[in-house]
Design a protein around this ligand. Sequence first.
Ligand code: SF4
Ligand code: SF4
Length: 425
Amino acid sequence: MAASEAAVAGPRTFDLDRCVHCGLCLNACPTYRELGLEMDSPRGRIYYMIKAAEGAIPVSAAYVEHLELCLACRGCETACPSGVPYGRLIEAARAQIEETMRRPWWARLARWFLLDHLMVSRFWMRAAGTLLYLYQASGLQRLVRGSGILKELGALGELERLAPKIERPFFYRHIGKTFPAHGERRYRVAFLAGCVANVCLAKLNEATIRVLQRNGCEVVVPAGQTCCGALHVHLGLRRQAQRLARRNLDVFLAGGYDAIITNAAGCGSTMKEYPELFEDDAAARERAERFARLTKDVTEFLASIELNGRMRPLPLAVTYQDSCHLAHAQKIRQAPRKLLGAIPELRFQEMPLADLCCGSAGVYNALHPEMASAILAKKLEAAESTGAEVIATANPGCMLQLRTQARQRVAHVVELLDEAYRDHL
Ligand code: SF4
Ligand code: SF4
């Protein structure tokens, strides 16, 4: 077994010991706010992890249930005065669960298909995207939804409700291409196209490239790139995540880019944390550190350069929903707000609790639909209270989650910038 594939160690005592059980994180936790239960709070989950590490409790069904109900949103990490690295703890605990627990056959089959095939294979993603597109475009979806049959189908019906709208043509046709800078080239950047985004957010990816071009970037969409592995890390599948990370290190570090850009906060936070996947492999870790330094969220990158201000007015009332993996994991809060503030005539209205999770959290909304839906309802109430006609965010997962119930338009920050740049030469 390679050094990087050594047995998974579980949460580190050093990290667990930082928790002083003060409870200051409780109100920042969406599941605690919903249920009011200590074991569904960060402090309760950490207590469980400590007991499991001491061998006082087994990795039982109850342990797994409380840890799986966590969104891994890391709101508690921001609230914690002791600097408990909760994201690292929950990922390590989940990796340990994956090592020790045998899931039912159907759950193993679903995970095997989703994580080992669908997310990482263009063939499977294209095939699934095409089937879903035909289902949606043929009118069959309208018929099925109108028939009421989805209520009888349980989890399958829930999945159908959450299925994103497919956008044709897929973004895959742009992978391997280079897009020239508009005007003088100031930067040469690489763009991570994502996985699901290729089939359901192709227009967002295209808008991101146009905005970068307008800001003097030559944008390369490297041919050999793959899924960033965020979902694998969050679900505790570290070995699969390491394999994907190695491939991205090879592809992106070979290009000599000024930055590696992503428009997905979840992908960006995992890419910036690639070094943590290679703690036992010094060479890979050094490359991962270089990669992490180059990785930039698109809002972070644009806010750090001299922004092209030649925009037309967008007289819209806009509020902003912080993505957890941007605000809590990457500590990026001002950049998206600064970009929205740069759009002429856009009226920005802050919403209450903007950085409380929307319930998306990777595939959380599919695995825990009731909790995700309750959390989303609170988010939409907060958005509604601002009177804004647009909810802006900076993460595809949040966009898809908000769109399942929002009455307002939901847009990525770069889509609004793209609109403002349109018709301006
Ligand atoms: S995680 Fe931090 S804020 Fe929460 S109980 Fe522990 S020390 Fe307190
Ligand atoms: S990561 Fe989010 S859901 Fe999980 S314990 Fe922390 S605040 Fe609660």
